[in-house]
Design a protein around this ligand. Structure first.
Ligand SMILES: [Zn+2]
Length: 269
């Protein structure tokens, strides 16, 4: 830190005093791990990410994650990140074999972070997931014409303040270089939280007809990626993909950051 910003201000302090002051602030306000709440060290772990974050959002990232939580974020083996979108395939599926790319298991950091995003409203955790997912998609050579987040209902959006699928998709779009088409899918009605419904069939019914194609985008003949934070039965992503196919998309790939699945390989996209 060079600290020339406040050179002419009342905050002008010598570097040594500044360091001492910073140390005192650290003692008073220790960084808290956004995932487990424990006091985190202040090592700059996300150098590149911090720079990207500031560039994209115009503010510094305030995200801190402790080493223990970070070390519990482990991707699936490269050959095991592809799934059939529907965990329980259905008869007369209009898009059988729909692929789902999902690089992380729903364990460790992810399991703790997802409720923090949804109920603790920690938007920065969603953004970090987006950045990680984007780098996986880019490095695995997954390409598409458009990327579309699974939309939240107005009610849910108002309650949470952000759509985590959008936050993830935005970062994926920036890092993987795929244009973001927010509004390409719209939510036609509110649905119960999928996580509140245990039964697979009921989950499918819950999201049936929940989406429509937005009128501002034309997906005719395009390859489209639809993104959500987590996939369990795959019903939500499958429903979104159905709408995109119906709107004329040539190919749809579902992507989720994480999920709990036993292996059911889909064809790599
Ligand atoms: Zn932690």
């Amino acid at each position: 830190m060079t600290g020339t910003r406040h050179e002419n201000s009342v905050y002008s302090l010598s570097e040594s005093i500044r360091q001492a002051y910073k140390g005192a602030v650290d003692l008073i306000l220790p960084y808290k791990c956004a995932v487990c709440g424990s006091v985190s060290d202040t090592d700059e772990r996300f150098g590149e990410y911090s720079r990207l974050y500031e560039e994209l959002y115009g503010v510094r990232s305030g995200l801190h994650i402790c080493g223990k939580c970070l070390s519990s974020l482990n991707p699936l083996e490269e050959s095991k990140r592809w799934f059939l979108c529907l965990s329980n395939p259905v008869e007369n599926d209009p898009c059988p074999g729909l692929p789902l790319y999902m690089p992380f298991p729903y364990r460790g950091l992810v399991e703790k972070a997802v409720p923090e995003i949804k109920f603790g409203k920690k938007i920065e955790l969603a953004r970090l997931f987006g950045a990680i997912l984007g780098s996986y998609i880019f490095s695995e050579g997954i390409r598409a014409d458009l990327i579309v987040p699974v939309p939240l209902s107005e009610e849910r959006l108002a309650e949470r303040g952000f759509n985590q699928a959008y936050e993830i998709a935005f970062l994926v779009s920036k890092i993987a270089g795929i244009p973001l088409a927010d509004g390409c899918l719209i939510r036609t009605r509110d649905t119960r939280r999928q996580s509140e419904i245990k039964d697979i069939n009921r989950r499918a019914v819950n999201v049936r007809g929940a989406f429509d194609a937005g009128s501002n985008w034309d997906v005719e003949g395009l390859t489209v990626i639809v993104v959500d934070d987590v996939a369990t039965t795959g019903a939500t992503l499958h429903e979104a993909a159905k709408v995109l196919y119906k709107a004329g998309a040539a190919k749809v790939l579902c992507i989720a950051f994480a999920g709990n699945r036993t292996l059911k390989n889909a064809e790599p996209f």
